[in-house]
Design a protein around this ligand. Structure first.
Ligand SMILES: C[S@@+](CC[C@H](N)C(=O)[O-])C[C@H]1O[C@@H](n2cnc3c(N)ncnc32)[C@H](O)[C@@H]1O
Length: 377
């Protein structure tokens, strides 16, 4: 389905639902793009309402769309020009409905947009995501609103280590990748300790062929090792170095060159932590700055970064000098992130350091050089 046809369906010109589709086109179009590649043979939808999304899945799915709603009488879409969807009227959480959907499994794509309490959204994920084949996709709508069940479910799914993409323009849509042998999965939830929005950006940007330089090691080092082609990570603290080196060995991650640059007593950065990037030939696709001497590192790494420089904690008073340097660069775009984020050491959102009960937001930013737009890799 190309963009024009998508817009026609969305606007109600091809049996779609125009304003009655409960979606933002900027969030739905990326899903359609992924489905153009996935080419679903069987799709399962929970939450039909007027039938707007069901119509889109119908046009993207070659064999069968199964769609569930407690009340199918609300449907006003015209499905008649393709094999019609199989409509199941019933509560998605009831064992009878689950059993009826299972009769047509496995599915390539599952769309969850039914009951929006956490209890129902979680039951839908638990009951129906196992019916999706390895390598398939699960879309979840309304993951942005913090008080809603789908948001909480999405956080739980992330913590469980599923890789995902999210499209947050309005109510928020997430696409969860059901692992297969190729994509693996990440059961220990290894990831950089950055805000969710920053991690989304990294997950989208970092590719298997890329070369990464990292100041300040940790779970990010493991994630870059698992995700990129080649990684150099510099650490100042010996105890952090030992822990992370043991984790790299345990996970059999062999593409990380891991360097310890401790301070010499009384002489900060004497071992050349911030300048260490110049010990390596050529440029790095991404430089990740999340350790000591941030301003020095930000300044030193600029010419060594081919495309992007990412810094965490841009809202911390102690790092405003480094952040100001990032803001002064002119040959690219500074993208700021400020959101909640998973603490990969505890498996929970980062909590307020006073109460340890209230999740808190924090900032990070990436400077993306203009040359990224013209790349040919
Ligand atoms: C947000 S609407 C779906 C919107 C539709 N996907 C679209 O984008 O046009 C949610 C639908 O889920 C249905 N629903 C709510 N709870 C349900 C449940 N437990 N089982 C099945 N359907 C449910 C409601 O009847 C409603 O039609």
């Amino acid at each position: 389905m190309d963009k024009k046809r998508f817009e026609q369906v969305f606007n109600g010109e091809l049996g779609g639902m125009s304003a009655k589709i409960a979606q933002d086109p900027l969030e739905l179009w990326p899903v359609v793009e992924r489905l153009n590649i996935l080419q679903p043979v069987r799709t399962l939808e929970i939450g039909i309402n007027f039938g707007g999304t069901t119509r889109i899945w119908q046009l993207l799915t070659s064999e069968l769309v199964v769609a569930i709603d407690t009340d199918t009488s609300k449907i006003v879409v015209n499905f008649s020009d393709s094999p019609p969807p199989l409509l199941i009227q019933g509560d998605s959480t009831s064992p009878e409905t689950v059993a009826r959907a299972r009769e047509h499994a496995p599915y390539d794509f599952l769309w969850i947009d039914g009951g929006h309490t956490h209890e129902i959204a979680k039951a839908d994920w638990d009951n129906y995501s196992p019916m999706v084949r390895p390598g398939g996709l699960v879309g979840i709508h309304d993951v942005k609103a913090k008080r809603e069940g789908p948001y909480k479910l999405f956080m739980e799914i992330q913590r469980a280590g599923f890789t995902h993409e999210s499209f947050i323009e309005h109510k928020g849509t997430a696409l969860i990748h059901i692992p297969n042998e190729e994509t693996g999965g990440n059961p220990n939830n290894i990831r950089p300790f950055v805000p969710y929005d920053g991690f989304d950006w990294l997950a989208d940007f970092v590719k298997p062929h890329m070369r990464i330089f990292e100041y300040g090691s940790g779970k990010s080092t493991l994630w870059f090792g698992m995700t990129a082609g080649e990684v150099v990570a510099v650490e100042k603290w010996a105890h952090c170095y030992e822990t992370c080196a043991a984790e790299l060995a345990e996970l059999d991650i062999t593409n990380v060159e891991y360097v310890l640059k401790p301070d010499i007593a009384g002489q900060e950065d004497a071992a050349g932590y911030s300048k260490s990037i110049h010990e390596y030939e050529g440029q790095f696709d991404l430089v990740f700055v999340d350790g000591h001497y941030r301003r020095e590192c930000i300044e030193e790494c600029y010419t060594k970064a081919k495309y992007a420089i990412f810094m965490d904690n841009t809202d911390s008073p102690g790092y405003q000098d480094a952040y100001s340097v990032m803001k002064s660069w002119t040959d690219g775009t500074l993208i700021d992130f400020y959101s909640y984020g998973l603490n990969p050491y505890t498996g929970e959102d980062l909590m307020d350091p006073q109460t340890f009960t209230v999740p808190v937001k924090w900032g990070s930013a990436v400077f993306l050089k203009d040359v990224y737009k013209d790349r040919d890799d």
